[in-house]
Design a protein around this ligand. Structure first.
Ligand code: HPA
Ligand code: ZN
Length: 343
């Protein structure tokens, strides 16, 4: 690609309004803020500097990442810590023309250390409210269950969340996938659905296509997070495409965690060609080397995507989001207007 074409594509990606649907708020904690919060909470980190910590962000698989990610989240104690982390992400999101964001949070990572559930959700929600008022960013919260922990722990967390039900849109499933199939949490998700929550789940990131089937059939998910291994099963692809189940794909995450060995091998284009409803997302941007626009650019360059492809991916993000219908229409129209003006 010529330098001028790359710059024009970059400008297009930067400018187009878009939604982010797969973003772990704990995965936005940049080393600088991590050190600052650790210091004010009187905590010592295992690393002596920001550079040393960044140097450790070299992963061979999901588990190696999770070990460092949970360690990093250990500095978060007070409501203000959760506010500051979330606000930093929202400023970044605003600078990237993200106009709607759906944020995962992992309460068990914090409540297991004695942090109050209320401190976590109040800090995050206050920042989301401020971003709504100041930047016009709409948002919702998705509470994730840690699948490496057991069903009782998940049920306890679901019960704790009920007091804050008005702040939570959906229940998700994350953490170490292989060996922790969605079926382990069917009863938890049944209860979540009874309580009125939507459901989503990480599936087919490192795990097999069977886990995606379980997420659909047992957890009744509205979206599949990642879903890369869905492509191994033609019947599953037909099921996902015919039901327009969105996949929240995370290109730089896939590269950093070696789900793909080269961005040129990334399945995103094949997914689109098979009629799947694909969205681009950043997952844990502080750890994976890029926020949303960097994910769009990396995958666009590697797979030779056009501006029309980027426009469709942005449209998919609005089609797939959990916002109210009138807000969805408004956002879709904003992207269409941008595309018309740019083209
Ligand atoms: N997969 C599973 N769990 C996670 C991830 C992920 O990519 N990021 C944060 N928790
Ligand atoms: Zn994720």
């Amino acid at each position: 690609m010529k330098k001028r074409d790359k710059e024009s594509l970059e400008e297009f990606i930067k400018g187009i309004p878009k939604a982010e649907l797969h973003l772990h708020i704990e995965g936005t904690l940049e080393p600088e803020l991590m050190f600052k919060i650790a210091c004010r909470n009187g905590l010592d980190l295992k690393y002596s500097s920001v550079e040393e910590l960044r140097g450790a962000y070299d992963f061979n698989n999901l588990q190696e990442f999770l070990d460092i990610y949970y360690q990093g989240a250990g500095v978060l104690i007070k409501e203000q810590d959760f506010y500051d982390m979330t606000w930093a992400y929202l400023e970044k999101a605003h600078s990237q023309n993200i106009i709607h964001t759906e944020i995962f949070f992992d309460p068990q990572t914090h409540t297991d250390r004695g942090v109050e559930f209320g401190s976590v959700i109040k800090g995050i929600s206050r920042a989301l409210n401020d971003a709504r008022n100041i930047f016009g960013i709409s948002s919702c919260l998705i509470m994730c269950i840690l699948r490496h922990l057991d069903e009782d722990a998940a049920l306890k967390t679901l019960n704790e969340s009920l007091e804050f039900k008005h702040l939570i849109t959906a229940i998700g499933l994350d953490s170490a996938e292989v060996g922790n199939p969605p079926s382990r949490f069917q009863r938890v998700f049944d209860k979540a659905i009874q309580e009125g929550f939507l459901t989503v789940a990480h599936a087919g990131e490192e795990g097999p296509s069977e886990y995606v089937w379980e997420a659909l059939n047992l957890l009744k998910v509205s979206r599949v997070d990642h879903g890369n291994h869905s492509l191994d099963d033609d019947k599953l692809v037909i099921e996902l495409a015919s039901r327009s189940i969105p996949l929240t794909v995370c290109p730089l995450s896939n590269l950093k965690l070696k789900v793909v060995s080269d961005m040129k091998d990334h399945p995103l284009k094949r997914m689109i060609e098979k009629g799947l409803l694909v969205t681009v997302n950043s997952d844990d941007p502080a750890y994976f080397g890029g926020y949303l626009n960097e994910n769009y650019l990396a995958v666009a360059m590697a797979l030779d995507l056009s501006k029309e492809d980027i426009f469709k991916l942005a449209q998919n993000s609005f089609i797939s989001c959990f916002a109210e219908d009138n807000r969805k229409r408004e956002m879709t129209e904003m992207a269409a207007q941008f595309y018309k003006r740019f083209a």
